[in-house]
Design a protein around this ligand. Structure first.
Ligand code: 13P
Length: 257
C-alpha cells in the first residue's frame, strides 16, 4: 500500500501573529496545487484560529501542539479537542518529547489524550523517541515500543487510519545532529513491526511514520528515500518559507519515484 508522504511543521513557541501569517501566506503561494504530499503545521494555541483562517482554501493543514483529555471545566490554561476544532484546526500533536521531558507528561496521560482526540474526530500525530542516554544504553527499541504500546492502548485498528506516528530521537531535536538514514530506517522498521503486532500487517503497512529531529533541505532527500520513512515533523526548518518549501518539494519528488 502506498503511503502518502506527510510533512508537518512544529512551530513550537516561536511565531507571532504576524510571522505566522507571513509563513502561511508564503507557503500558500509556493505550495499551491501540490496534492501528492500532505503538509501543514502545529501552531501555538493562541494563533490556531487565525492560522486556520489564513490557510483556508489551501491544502495547508493546521493543528494544535497539545490538548487536554477533558471536554471542559476547571482546567486553567488547558484547551479541549472541541476548542481546537472550533478554531478550524483538524489535527493535534501529542506526546512530543518536550511535553514528555520538560512538562513531565507520562505515557498514561498521553494515552488518555490520544483516545479523547480520536473520539473528538481529530487527526492525531503521536510522537515517540529515545533520549541520548537510552540510545547509548541500547534501549532505543524498548523505549519506542513502550511509548507506542502505552500511547496507543485502547486504540482500535479502525482508528489507526487517523493516526500518524512521529519518530523523533530526542538527541536529534534542535541539535543539528540528525539521525543517519540507516538509523532512522532501523527505528521506523521496528516501529512498524510493533504496529503489526498490535494491529495487524495491513494497518501497520498503511500507517505513516514521520521522522523528526534536525530535518532540513540538505538531509531530507536521503531520509525520505528510506522505505519506512513517510514524511517529517520539522521544528527549525518549518519557520522559513524557503526551507519548508524545499522539504515539501523533496516529498513531491520522492512521491513521484
Ligand atoms: P527540529 O527540526 O528543530 O530539530 O525539531 C524537531 C521537532 O521537535 C519537531 O517536532
Amino acid at each position: 500500500m502506498a503511503r502518502k508522504i506527510f510533512i508537518a511543521g512544529n512551530w513550537k513557541m516561536n511565531t507571532t501573529l504576524e510571522s505566522g501569517a507571513a509563513l502561511v501566506a508564503g507557503l500558500k503561494e509556493t505550495l499551491a496545487g501540490i496534492d501528492t504530499v500532505e503538509f501543514g503545521a502545529f501552531v501555538p494555541a493562541c494563533y490556531l484560529g487565525a492560522t486556520a483562517a489564513n490557510a483556508a482554501g489551501s491544502n495547508f493543514q493546521v493543528g494544535a501542539q497539545n490538548m487536554y483529555f477533558e471536554p471542559k471545566g476547571a482546567f486553567t490554561a488547558e484547551i479541549s479537542g472541541d476548542m481546537i476544532k472550533d478554531c478550524g484546526a483538524t489535527m493535534v500533536l501529542l506526546g512530543h518529547s518536550e511535553r514528555r521531558h520538560i512538562f513531565g507528561e507520562t505515557d498514561e496521560l498521553i494515552n488518555t489524550k490520544v483516545q479523547k482526540a480520536l473520539a473528538d474526530g481529530l487527526q492525531v500525530i503521536l510522537a515517540i523517541g529515545e533520549l541520548l542516554e537510552e540510545r547509548k544504553a541500547g534501549e532505543t527499541n524498548a523505549v519506542n515500543e513502550r511509548q507506542l504500546r502505552k500511547g496507543l492502548a485502547g486504540v482500535t485498528a479502525e482508528q489507526m487510519a487517523t493516526i500518524t506516528i512521529a519518530y523523533e530521537p530526542v538527541w536529534a531535536i534542535g541539535t543539528g545532529e540528525v539521525a543517519t538514514p540507516d538509523q532512522a530506517q532501523e527505528a521506523h522498521a521496528y516501529v512498524r513491526s510493533i504496529l503489526a503486532d498490535m494491529f495487524g500487517a495491513e494497518v501497520a503497512d498503511a500507517t505513516r511514520i514521520q521522522y523528526g529531529g534536525s530535518m532540513n533541505p540538505g538531509n531530507v532527500e536521503n531520509l525520505l528515500a528510506q522505505p519506512d520513512v513517510d514524511g517529517g515533523l520539522i521544528g527549525g526548518a518549518s519557520l522559513k518559507v524557503e526551507d519548508f518549501t524545499a522539504l515539501i518539494t523533496a516529498g513531491v519528488a520522492e512521491a513521484a519515484k
